[in-house]
Design a protein around this ligand. Structure first.
Ligand SMILES: [Zn+2]
Length: 366
């Protein structure tokens, strides 16, 4: 999700490319719209990018998601994904796709003309109208329209533009509509509008693969990024968009909004999806597996509260609760001060856990 350059994640290579392709006129529109499962890929994609999306999706369809477990490590990843995506029962192609399809509806071409985002005449009331996360650094639709070239060159792989327009609209108190190249009009009435746009990094990779051959690690990164972006379609009020957080002072990207302090955010989902697909990629080469490890570590490097931190926090909570229980039953007599300390520790741990798991329920959805 992006409202300033800093928000845009997965930027391990920041080479800018001036985008080429159709100018939006129907005569120069090189591709028709098509579908990836339930996701509608808008028309006017350049042929190469359209091909990349299609091939990535074929690759995903061939993955044996149902056989993703098998040993302790793999079972752990499967459990993590199920937990993050709130999937009951076994992990299957269908439920993992359905999660994506309810959050991503359209992919527009990298050169989508932002002038096609228009304010609607319809009156619309935003849920929690004053609760806007990271309000101070958010950019407006108008800013994007005035700086289309710069916006496209930001060096990101993909962006949840529907979520960004929703946030901007909410801040401005305006309902926006996005006219797609196919002629369809999408009203941006919730973060679940689900419109994704590939960034310049997408084109860089596609171009590199055209020269060097397909790279399965990059395919997995692009696919995982769809699930990352899908997470930005969630949230309400303060949790709207499950936005990236500011990196702490001891982080190399100190002060930039490319970190994640939460435990259920887009970086977690993207990273775990990458790991899942990497584990079941039967014909990934050593070089591809090494690149996947690097990409996975890059994502983990943005997560400031680690698996280990959470384990410790939960242990502290459980131990404190057990002590307090023994104390209240008088098995181990406690002083009033000790009871106070334990109660404080329990409340703080519970509060922290709540903070780490912001509510993903999307606003504006009935
Ligand atoms: Zn993101």
């Amino acid at each position: 999700m992006a409202y300033s350059k800093q928000f845009l994640g997965l930027s391990f290579s920041l080479v800018s490319v001036i985008l080429s392709g159709c100018g939006g006129g129907s005569n120069s529109c090189p591709s028709e719209s098509f579908k990836l499962g339930d996701i509608e890929v808008d028309s006017c994609f350049d042929t190469r990018s359209a091909q990349t999306l299609k091939k990535d999706w074929e690759f995903f369809n061939d993955l044996n998601i149902e056989g993703a477990g098998g040993d302790e490590k793999r079972d752990f990843i499967v459990a993590d994904i199920k937990n993050l995506l709130e999937i009951d029962g076994p992990l299957t192609h269908t439920n993992i796709e359905d999660w994506l399809f309810s959050r991503v509806n359209h992919i527009v071409p990298p050169n989508y003309n932002f002038k096609k985002v228009k304010s609607s005449d319809k009156s619309f009331r935003y849920e929690n109208p004053t609760a806007i996360p990271h309000e101070d650094i958010m950019i407006k639709v108008e800013d994007i329209q005035d700086n289309q070239k710069e916006f496209r060159e930001m060096g990101v792989l993909m962006m949840n533009i529907g979520g960004l327009v929703y946030l901007s609209g909410k801040k401005e108190g305006v309902l926006y509509e996005m006219e797609l190249n196919s002629g369809k009009n999408v009203e941006i009435k919730s973060p679940r509008a689900g419109v994704i746009i590939p960034g310049s990094q997408f084109k860089d990779f596609t171009k590199a693969e055209a020269k060097q051959g397909d790279n399965k690690a990059i395919k997995i990164l692009r696919l995982a990024t769809l699930w990352h972006e899908a997470r930005h379609s969630d949230g309400n009020g303060a949790s709207l968009g499950l936005l990236h957080d500011k990196c702490p002072n001891d982080h190399p990207a100190k002060g930039e909004y490319i970190c994640e302090n939460k435990r259920n955010g887009p970086y977690h989902i993207g990273a775990k999806m990458m790991r899942l697909m990497g584990n079941i990629c039967s014909d990934c080469t050593t070089a591809e597996n090494e690149l996947l490890d690097e990409l996975y570590l890059d994502s983990l490097g943005r997560i400031t509260f680690t698996d280990e931190d959470e384990k410790q926090l939960r242990e502290t909570l459980a131990t404190s609760e057990a002590f307090l229980e023994k104390g209240t039953k008088n098995d181990v007599p406690l002083t009033a001060e000790e009871i106070d300390d334990l109660t404080k520790k329990i409340n703080e741990s519970k509060e922290k856990l709540k903070e780490l798991y912001p509510d993903p329920k999307p606003e504006g959805v009935n």
